[in-house]
Design a protein around this ligand. Sequence first.
Ligand SMILES: [Fe+2]
Length: 335
Amino acid sequence: MALSNPVADVPFNITRLSHVVLTSRDLDATRHFYESGLGLEVTEHSAEHLFLRAIEEGAHHSLRFDKVARDGPGEVRAIGYRMFSDDDLRRAFDWLSARGDAPTWVDRPFQGLTLRVVDAVGVPVEFTATMPGPENRMRHFHTHAGGKLVFLDHVQIATHDVQKAYDWYIDLGFRLTEYTANDGTDELWGVWLKRKNNTQDVVYSNGAGPRLHHLAYHTPEIANVIHGADVMASLGLAETMDRAPGRHGIGNAFFVYYRDPDGHRVETFTSHYNVIDKDHPPTRWDLSDTRRSQIWGFPAPKKWFYEASEFEGAAVIPPTLDAPPVTLEDFLANS
Ligand SMILES: [Fe+2]
């Protein structure tokens, strides 16, 4: 393993995770799950697309669904990030081109200039600096529904080579806040990487990949996480819960996970913390320490570790690190 110092002199400024582009077989079912269930706001719904966002988001969308006719689980088309300005995008295009990453300019609805590039482990990422949206619902308290989700916070992606992903994002100015390493070694199992002020914008974890493990929306109260689960149950969506409420050691997050109608996993959570100061060191967790995933003691079920959404057109590669996590099924078998 090689942990790097944060790179502060990158010639462009990535500010945060922005949005995720997913496929859906049935936009009405997807809308019911995210709008009626989780409480997100629909900003556009056509025959081909569905766009959603959360309460505090001023941009047009943080989730875009593209309708597809094919059967089977949903796929991922892009992970979106924001840069500060179009000049940052242009500098990034030159910088990525010079080192052979082959970026392209793409047109995307409701977005300004958008740069697309594939990262070191096969994930398509798209950067934009402008995404004008209507006035948000922050002060329209009577409209806050479901889990009262306020912003898209992070994504977690399974990859065959965590070290390779880590090196690519560190070069782009991302910073490590927490990480999991194989016991007795320095082999990276997972890295929590961030640009904004808190613990993560993107997590890369060991597994067959690239596959999107989950996307996560933040809410400011534990009560909202629980109320969101009550709302899902009262709508007949209780079976979509993929992992019951608990608290991660990593990130200190109080969480619950669901699977949407196309199998995409969504976390609603609260309680992670600020990381801003240069001398705030990253926290190491041993892979065998189940508190990293569930500080109350019960590990996650096997499906939570092994099921995820594939990226459209990207071959899934087995992990280079043979380090299976401790699952709930393992825990119960040994109890
Ligand atoms: Fe998460």
